[in-house]
Design a protein around this ligand. Structure first.
Ligand code: CDP
Ligand code: MG
Length: 705
């Protein structure tokens, strides 16, 4: 028997030990008997990896594949790897995956793991999902925006279609124990299949290192490292799982841990002599695939694994042998910030239910311990009871456009599991109107149908389509690609590296005239691509080669979509001017909603009606040149004690002059009628009249003043 076959054999017998195995036949039966089924069970019971295999082996996908959605791309990839290995097939054949910008599946793939966003795109192309016999919506308790929309779509459109289909189309929703009753009543009171699991008690301890006032990431990273080392030196054997917020904090913590673990003297410092070393492993969403695999490899004898992860390790992925949890108490979350009027990736305290979920990871194989770096006071005053579903806290613009393109006009009374606030829906409609993706009736325009084809945020898509109409997509495709991958600039944690990196980054910025962060991205992309040895070039300039490499592949994929769209009737315009000007003007079409004008000193004031005061982030190549700038647009916002804008581009007022009125022209409440029902021509005419009168009154008012 070869080595890999042997490891497969052991894994195979391992999978028989999972709690789900005893319920195999009953589960298959339940899926056969029901159109909708909810499956619930403790994390690690085998739902994600085993159930699709059971259904496959029971012949349930003879007439179409099984699609399994995941809210997170790492989970989709690692789980597909695992399952293909267990089944002894090559990844990308019978078992495959698809995530944004990375498709590892063929038309013959029978079990396809994919992000929820990818399935949503497939529904756009084929509303009845004719290739599928079963869709499994996994991790439904996470309540990601796309999963929530899929829940509604499968209920609304597919339940009708599935009745007529032979064999009928089925939906399985998998979820941790929360939310199952709600899900069942949402799906016609369908049965809930519970996989009983065994868990061991977890002792919970507040370490009191973080109080209600500490929100700075440098504080909690340090404290997390301290507690982790304490656990390592004082506690008996067993792996450690550390919950942190994001890639940069994780890398920082791993660096610190590595330095400190190196100087430990195992003869004296470490209490349990059976652990001779600490294996530090980062785990986050955009991690390279080969590194992901390491997380699940058993540690060598006498070595303690320490996995430093984002929330992904809370439910999406199970790492065996975890006995200790170190919980930072924070999570990075996309929130709509109504003060600034933008979606912002913020570090916020986790909810109490999330904290319990994190702690539970320590009690899977034996009794465990959870060390919370924060205080009881922090728990009481800063942490909400439950996590609010994403659909109620982020921008709905892309989702509403998708629904509209699927012919769902009444986006307010769509069957949401939890309704978003009406004003968020209206804001999304307003933005779509501003990008010319829908018209005043709420109908999708030709541009809107083109926009929905791109797996990009609407503002970037709008800018890209403008450039494409001008025949100059070569300037915008790389920019869109670079903004779609993880951060490309290496910013080392140690002071020596920092200086050197800064100098190198300044050099490249100088090539781009140090005048525009978007142009700088284009510049890095092009320099790297034309270099004879791109990876060496990146190393020399402190650029993440891996990120640029994925940007190359993203650019190719976006270009393919564009080429396909250009074969049909595509808008065509002309432009005269320099390349930098062209880039900036195209960006204006997408980012005029993120426009700001210089205000007092180095600060800027946004123009979207919120009038927030913002500063240019030190990472921008325009940092320090504020006094020479007047109008700017920006890609995103970072909120600490101040509001910073990152990836900035100076513009001229004339370029946005005609667009800015769009920010105020349409009253969101007027849009509520178009969100609810089809508007007749007559109603439309009346409305136009009313709007015209309003504008007239406003102009007269202004004239009087
Ligand atoms: O979905 P659920 O949380 O119920 O469990 P699962 O993800 O199917 O995991 C079942 C088992 O497979 C766990 O013990 C994991 O540690 C293991 N697994 C693995 O070793 N490698 C992976 N890439 C995924 C899961
Ligand atoms: Mg799972």
């Amino acid at each position: 028997m070869s080595k890999s076959e042997k490891s497969r054999e052991t894994e195979h017998s391992e999978s028989r030990k999972l709690p789900i195995y005893q319920h195999k036949d009953k589960l298959v039966q339940a899926v056969k008997e029901n159109t909708f089924l909810i499956v619930t069970g403790e994390t690690g019971s085998g739902k994600t990896t085993q159930l699709p295999q059971y259904l496959f082996k029971a012949g349930l996908c003879r007439d179409g594949r099984i699609g399994v959605t995941q809210p997170r791309r790492v989970a989709a990839i690692t789980v597909a790897q695992r399952v293909s290995h267990e089944m002894g097939v090559r990844l990308g054949e019978e078992v495959g995956y698809q995530v944004r910008f990375d498709d590892c599946s063929t038309k013959d793939t029978m079990i396809k793991y994919m992000t929820d966003g990818c399935l949503l795109r497939e529904i756009l192309a084929d509303p009845s999902l004719s290739q599928y016999s079963i869709v499994v919506l996994d991790e439904a308790h996470e309540r990601s925006l796309n999963t929530d929309v899929l829940l509604g779509l499968l209920k609304k459109t597919l339940s009708k279609r599935s009745r007529g289909r032979k064999p009928p189309f089925k939906v399985v929703v998998m979820s941790a124990t929360l939310e199952t009753e709600k899900l069942s009543s949402f799906y016609e009171n369908c049965p809930v299949f519970t996989i009983p699991g065994r868990t061991y008690p977890v002792k919970e301890k507040f370490c009191n290192l973080i109080g209600p006032k500490d929100k700075d990431s440098s504080v909690y990273v340090k404290e997390v490292v301290k507690v982790t080392l304490d656990v390592h030196t004082n506690e008996a054997a067993g792996h450690i799982l550390v919950f942190l917020t994001g890639q940069s904090e994780i890398e920082k913590a791993c660096d610190l841990l590595f330095d400190k673990a190196e100087i430990l003297d195992y003869r004296y410092d470490v209490h349990d002599r059976t652990v001779e070393g600490l294996l530090i492993l980062p785990l986050y969403g955009s991690m390279p695939t080969d590194q992901q695999r390491q997380i699940f490899q058993p540690a060598p004898k006498g070595v303690r694994k320490c996995v430093v992860a984002t929330n992904i390790a809370a439910t999406s992925l199970t790492i065996d042998g975890i006995r200790y949890i170190v919980d930072s108490g924070f999570v990075k979350q996309l929130n709509h910030n109504s003060n600034v009027g933008l979606d912002i990736l913020e570090v916020v305290p986790i909810s109490k239910s999330e904290a319990q979920q994190r702690a539970g990871r320590a009690g899977r194989t034996s009794a465990g311990k959870c060390f919370r770096i924060y205080s009881k006071d922090f728990w009481d005053t800063c942490m909400p009871e439950y996590t609010i579903p994403e659909i109620q806290r982020t921008s709905l613009t892309s989702v509403i456009l998708t629904l509209k393109c699927l012919g769902i006009h009444d986006v307010i009374r769509f069957p949401y599991l939890d309704c978003p606030e009406e004003r968020f829906i209206l804001t999304a409609l307003k933005q779509l109107y501003q990008y010319d993706a829908i018209d005043r009736r709420g109908d999708v325009t030709r541009l809107g149908r083109l926009m929905v084809e791109f797996p990009l945020p609407p503002n970037l898509t709008r800018a890209l389509l403008k450039a494409a109409a001008l025949g100059c997509e070569d300037v915008m495709l790389p920019v869109a690609a670079m903004l779609s991958v993880e951060n490309i600039f290496i910013r080392p944690g140690k002071p020596e590296g920092q200086k050197e990196a800064e100098i190198r980054h300044k050099e490249i910025a100088a090539c781009a005239g140090s005048s525009n962060d978007f142009l700088l991205l284009l510049c890095v992309f092009e320099k790297c691509r034309s270099s004879d040895n791109p990876s060496a070039w990146c190393k020399e300039h402190w650029i993440h080669w891996r990120a640029v490499k994925s940007a190359f592949s993203v650019e190719t994929q976006l270009r393919e979509i564009l080429l396909r769209l250009k074969q049909n009737d595509f808008p065509h315009e002309t432009f005269e001017g320099s390349r930098s000007e062209l880039l900036r003007q195209c960006l204006c079409l997408g980012y005029f909603t993120n426009v700001a004008r210089r205000y007092i000193g180095k600060s800027f004031c946004t123009m979207d009606g919120h009038g927030s005061t913002v500063l240019i982030h030190p990472s921008s190549c325009l940092f320090g040149q504020e006094l020479h700038l007047d109008w700017i647009i920006f890609h995103d916002v970072l909120v600490t004690s101040r509001v910073y804008v990152r990836t900035v581009c100076p513009i001229r007022y004339e370029w946005v002059q005609d667009l800015l009125p769009k920010l105020h022209e349409i009253d969101v409440y007027e849009l509520s009628s178009v969100a609810r029902e089809e508007v007749t021509d007559e109603e439309m005419a009346q409305w136009e009249k009313k709007e015209a009168a309003k504008r007239q009154a406003a102009t007269e008012d202004a004239a009087k003043k």
